[in-house]
Design a protein around this ligand. Structure first.
Ligand code: TRH
Length: 388
């Protein structure tokens, strides 16, 4: 793995984020900005094209740019068009989040200043992503851009994890009262994309002999249930709860990003989406299913497969594998189960939540045994200094 050869102390980093939709782009960018500042002491300029997305996950974020918020300089920009870098300190490092396209004056600046230039890529466990991690790519103008590939293995760019995450998690666990051995409802947190699957799965949940609480964040699951006529149009607008047989659906309002982990820690099952929520759910060591961001021509299915293959390489082969695979495939549009199969697979998982939890704990420990993405980035930059 080659790495760039020039770096200074107290670096200035410009980070560019395009909000394509939803909150994952800004969610990951904000976490990265915070980590680079608090851990490495870098001065960070976060260029963001949709400050309202930032406000959804951080309600006290400023509405007017430019601004400085929690030690991060926030600046306006538009992909390929312009970036407000007036009076900004010049960058030693430029990070494009998720292959966004920089405006010409920033490219001009890269040619003249020659900062370290990274493309911080979408999360993938696929082989090609691991192979291309930290590889340089020569641009037409002679500049060098490096790929940073987040991932689940030591050879990848790693995952974002705050230094105090493990302690915060342990403190929270300690503060929780003992759970009653039986009788309490199974609590599912679901934050997913629009899909017909939600109505089908809610029908299964509503027919269980055991009570289930489904907390759902965002608008897409509730809209999907209304489209399928499982919920009336006026449900979960004024009221926050709706009951269907054994299932109580609760509308979960958005919480600030720093409180998001607690939602995941407090559940018995998390069905999450995107990539930031997905990583946080894995750290929570609570049984999870991943509603992956759907891509054209079902390209997301390769990514999904690659993740589960990596997971099962590190978690002992388990009687849950078939049920989890079948339900994960159905959730993500790779297959359609019959009602009987769907009910049977859910019955397997719900019957032994402690076993499902045990395997997610093994996976959590596997991830925690590895260094996080910011530690890897710092080491990579340092290595460039020592071994030019
Ligand atoms: O919201 P997402 O599904 O969005 C993204 C984008 O669509 C993007 O274009 C796509 O490429 C990417 O997914 C894969 O992604 P995710 O990971 O679920 O991000 C949600 C963020 O919102 C995450 O940082 C957690 C945060 N959040 C809160 O802060 N509070 C909340 O209550 C909830 C539910 C989420």
């Amino acid at each position: 793995m080659s790495s760039p050869t020039h770096f200074t102390t107290n670096p200035v980093c410009w980070l560019f984020c395009t909000v394509i939709d939803n909150f994952g782009d800004i969610g990951v960018s904000w976490r990265l900005a915070q980590e680079l500042h608090t851990r490495l002491g870098w001065e960070i300029y976060l260029f963001v094209d949709d400050v309202t997305a930032l406000q959804t996950i951080l309600p006290d974020a400023p509405t007017q740019l430019p601004n400085k918020y929690r030690h991060i300089h926030l600046r306006d920009w538009r992909e390929r068009e312009y970036a407000d870098f007036q009076a900004a300190s010049m960058p030693n490092i430029i990070i494009e989040m998720f292959a966004c396209d920089l405006p010409e004056d920033i490219l001009h600046l890269i040619r003249s200043l020659k900062p370290i230039w990274l493309n911080w890529e979408y999360l993938s466990a696929e082989d090609w992503a691991i192979r291309t991690h930290a590889m340089p790519s020569l641009q037409a103008d002679g500049s060098q851009k490096y790929f940073w590939q987040m991932g689940f293995v030591q050879q990848s760019g790693g995952l974002l994890r705050e230094q105090n995450y493990v302690n915060q998690y342990a403190d929270w666990i300690k503060r929780q009262p003992e759970k009653p051995v039986s009788g309490s409802p199974i609590s599912i947190f679901a934050f997913g994309y629009s899909s017909e699957i939600w109505a089908k799965w809610c029908e299964i949940f509503s027919a269980q002999s055991h009570p289930i609480i489904l907390r759902t964040a965002g608008t897409q699951i509730i809209s999907s249930l209304k489209n399928a006529a499982l919920l009336p149009e006026n449900a979960l607008i004024q009221d926050t709860e709706y009951t269907l047989g054994s299932l109580k659906i609760i509308r979960q309002d958005f919480v600030p990003q720093e409180q998001f982990d607690e939602l995941l820690w407090a559940s018995d099952i998390n069905i999450i989406r995107g990539e930031d929520s997905f990583i946080r759910a894995q750290y929570a060591a609570v049984p999870f299913l991943w509603h992956i961001y759907p891509q054209a021509e079902m390209a997301h299915l390769d990514k999904l497969d690659a993740f589960w293959q990596t997971f099962w390489q590190h978690v002992p082969n388990n009687s849950f594998q078939a049920a989890l695979t079948a339900l994960s495939n159905e959730l993500n549009g790779a297959s359609v189960l019959s009602t009987a199969q769907r009910a049977e697979y859910w019955a397997i998982l719900l019957a032994d939540l402690s076993e499902w939890q045990r395997i997610t704990q093994i996976w959590q420990q596997y991830l925690w045994a590895q260094s996080d993405a910011v530690t890897r980035l710092a080491a990579w930059l340092c290595d460039g200094l020592v071994n030019p």
